[in-house]
Design a protein. Structure first.
Length: 152
């Protein structure tokens, strides 16, 4: 029961972090489009970029408490996941806005929720902020197989 409770708490913290990052994202997007006059696709991209930087920092320290991982590796993994996320968010916002004819911020909200639940959280939890020492795991597996062979 402790593991389930911890997973739910981590998920809730990740959603709070994502909501704060969304506020940053949407504020920048809105200001760039409405105040500066930038095309909504470019504004959406800049918003996603701003929100992502914010989200990475909060997730590293508070949500996943990954200070034992090297920042450069977390940043590299985050950038991989984030690049796809930005493309999905920007492309999805464009497609939904053009298809529906709705104001781009409404389309952006729908797309952001889908990407957050289906892409961002799962990959951040199991890849970005997780210790993925593949070499060490492979070495342990090989050692285990060798020990099994020696017992035979």
């Amino acid at each position: 029961m402790g593991r389930l409770k911890r997973e739910v708490w981590t998920f809730c913290k990740a959603q709070l972090s994502a909501q704060m990052a969304t506020i940053v994202d949407f504020t920048v997007s809105f200001l760039m489009a409405e105040a500066v006059g930038l095309w909504y696709v470019h504004a959406s991209f800049l918003g996603a970029l701003s929100g992502g930087v914010f989200n990475c920092g909060v997730n590293y320290r508070w949500v996943f408490q990954s200070q034992q991982l090297k920042k450069k590796y977390v940043a590299l993994k985050y950038m991989l996941v984030w690049t796809v996320s930005i493309l999905l968010n920007t492309g999805g916002t464009y497609l939904l806005t053009e298809w529906s004819g709705q104001y781009f911020m409404l389309a952006k909200m729908v797309v952001a929720v889908l990407i957050a639940f289906l892409w961002n959280y799962p990959l951040q939890r199991v890849f970005v902020y997780h210790d993925n020492r593949l070499r060490a795991r492979m070495r342990k597996m090989r050692m285990g197989m060798r020990n099994d062979e020696m017992r035979k």
